[in-house]
Unconditional design. Structure first.
Length: 159
């Protein structure tokens, strides 16, 4: 049986095509071609949340990485807003990568549609596409540098 994550000649749905183009603009998937993203789009599922609905809570186990298709998501840590995310942003990757509990909570700020990729599938993607590993490292490094810069500015008394 062929591996579902390997590119193959196949028909893809309209929503699958839309999700491939969406994923092309997501930093952690930027290293993959449209052809390589077809199976990613096919094994992902769309989930919808109402305004102010909780997507996940701080401390919960993380079983999915999410990409925002439409809407906005607020990230909260210890009840304080730490980020506002929108279309093509992704969230939940840390718990998927290290199997540790969620470090923040995510709440839909308006009606929001997400593309969910389960942890097993994401791990398989990392094995099948080594370039994806490099993209993930690059994005996480950028986020760490930004957090350190904000922390340094806060320590210096700047807003």
């Amino acid at each position: 049986m062929a591996d579902k994550l390997q590119p193959q000649n196949r028909n893809i749905s309209q929503s699958g095509i839309r999700n491939v183009f969406l994923l092309l603009g997501v930093p952690i998937f930027s290293a993959l071609s449209a052809e390589e993203l077809v199976p990613v789009a096919e094994v992902s599922r769309e989930v919808s949340f109402a305004a102010w609905e909780v997507i996940y809570r701080e401390g919960e186990p993380g079983q999915h990485l999410f990409v925002i298709i439409e809407g906005e998501v607020t990230l909260l840590r210890e009840g304080r807003e730490i980020a506002l995310l929108s279309k093509r942003d992704f969230l939940g990757e840390l718990s998927v990568l290290d199997n540790a509990p969620r470090i923040d909570s995510a709440v839909a700020r308006m009606p929001t549609t997400l593309l969910a990729i389960d942890s097993y599938t994401f791990e398989r993607l990392l094995h099948v596409y080594p370039a994806l590993c490099q993209a993930v490292i690059h994005v996480l490094t950028d986020r760490l540098r930004s957090a350190n810069r904000r922390r340094r500015l806060a320590a210096d008394g700047e807003p």
